[in-house]
Design a protein around this ligand. Structure first.
Ligand code: NAG
Ligand code: NAG
Length: 401
């Protein structure tokens, strides 16, 4: 019995003591793909971070023939993903692993995405004048199908969709053949309303069928039992506190969410030529960029979402790169969740805030005063863990598969 307990204890403590490389590098692409040899940074032991899992994220900038690789720590496997996989499009590869210092190209199979089953989907873009309501006239093949109701688009995605990470599901692979449908918003102009699905028989994103499904299982589900959430979007180059919530509004959903990213990856030109076409040397870097998004989430079932927080950190004092939380009580998506601090609000105002995270590190805020000239930046990759960009991603992945 005691032995059992000790073994369990040993298992738990070993899981929590993984060291990961925490660094950023960039390289020229090789035949349009990431060059694993030249895009493999390592950090010395005193600069490594500690967590349950490690990540390496690859972003390809095709026009600039440059790849950026960022490495760090993460609290858990997003959507249960281990190994390397495209993150909805072929320009982004996300890798996760849980062995000591495992986020190297050797241990991650040179960042080559693992094979996933293929499905056939309907492909339609109403922006291009196509009639998406009628028959599925044009098929595409990918690893999952998407349908965006507000943008009236359908298409194929590659690798893992962002939605299961946003919803924090344990294992995306368990949902094969099923629908993950959501409507979430942080403001009237920032709404994601759509589904991803992987039914092997294909064409699971047929418009009328999924639209009716969405209405019944997402929009009108449990309408009598919704939570109020803060709705807010705030972006800045300097750190900010809870005062930004003064300009928040509210919305209603099955759950509330809050996400913070503290940096973004940028690709800058290494030279100073006037014409963009003449630039051929690029430098990848991370710079402070704070983006907070809070809002409400509706989803097609309690089994399609998990409350708690996912946090990505870097460096030996667990500086937060990104933190994303889902919670399930009125106005639970306040600033303290992403700061990892005590809820400063009077108790009566917030019944039963639930937070299931073991990571309670405060956000370490940057203190740079460097003025940033937008013109210096040629191409910007949004902060890692930018889950809410799904709307925009849906649109882009429709055209790039
Ligand atoms: C943490 O990392 C910094 C460099 O990033 C280093 O100067 C410092 O000594 C490290 N601290 C510890 C306790 O290893
Ligand atoms: C889908 O619904 C629209 C409007 O409700 C209708 O005009 C169209 O025929 C339907 N398409 C299919 C394939 O059922």
């Amino acid at each position: 019995m005691i032995l059992h307990y000790l073994l369990l204890l040993a298992a738990v403590s070993s899981v929590l003591s993984i060291k990961c490389h925490s660094c950023l590098t960039y390289c020229k692409t090789l035949n349009g793909k990431v060059d694993p040899v030249n895009c493999d940074c390592k950090s010395p032991p005193n600069e490594q971070c500690t967590a349950n899992a490690c990540f390496a994220k690859v972003e390809l900038f095709a026009d600039e023939a440059t790849a950026i690789v960022q490495k760090g720590c993460i609290s858990d496997f997003p959507a249960g993903q281990r190994g390397c996989q495209y993150a909805s499009n072929k320009d982004t590869i996300h890798c996760f692993c849980d062995q000591d210092q495992c986020n190297t190209r050797h241990k991650l199979g040179s960042y080559i995405p693992e094979h996933l089953p293929l499905v056939k989907c309907c492909d339609c873009t109403s922006r291009h004048g196509e009639d998406c309501d009628s028959e599925c006239s044009k098929p595409c093949t990918g690893n999952y199908c998407v349908v965006d109701f507000d943008g009236k688009e359908q298409g194929c995605g590659v690798g893992y969709p962002r939605l299961p990470s946003f919803l924090r599901v344990d294992d995306y692979m368990d949902y094969e053949g099923d629908y993950l449908c959501t409507r979430y918003e942080s403001s009237a102009s920032n709404v994601m309303n759509g589904c991803v699905c992987t039914h092997p028989s294909g064409m699971c994103n047929e418009f009328n069928k999924t639209f009716n499904y969405q209405k019944k299982h997402v929009i009108e589900r449990k309408n009598e039992n919704l939570h109020y959430c803060y709705a807010l979007m705030h972006k800045a180059y300097k750190p900010f506190g809870q005062e930004v919530f003064k300009k928040s509004s509210t919305c209603e959903g099955h759950y509330c969410f809050i996400s913070l990213t503290t940096s973004e990856i940028v690709l800058e030109s290494a030279d100073f030529k006037h014409n963009y076409e003449d630039h051929d040397e690029f430098v990848g870097a991370a710079r402070p960029r704070f983006e907070l998004q809070a809002g409400c989430v509706k989803v097609n079932g309690e089994d399609k979402v998990q409350t708690g927080c996912t946090v990505e950190t870097q460096g030996n004092n667990s500086e937060i790169l990104a933190k994303h939380c889902i919670c399930d009580s009125h106005l639970c998506n306040f600033h303290h969740l992403v700061r990892g601090t005590e809820d400063p609000r009077p108790k009566a105002a917030v019944p039963g805030v639930k937070q299931t995270t073991s990571q309670l590190n405060p956000v370490r805020l940057y203190t740079t005063n460097k003025e940033i000239d937008e013109n210096d930046i040629l191409s910007v990759m949004n902060g890692v863990g930018n889950f809410w960009k799904l709307g925009a991603l849906l649109l882009t992945l429709l055209t790039c598969v």
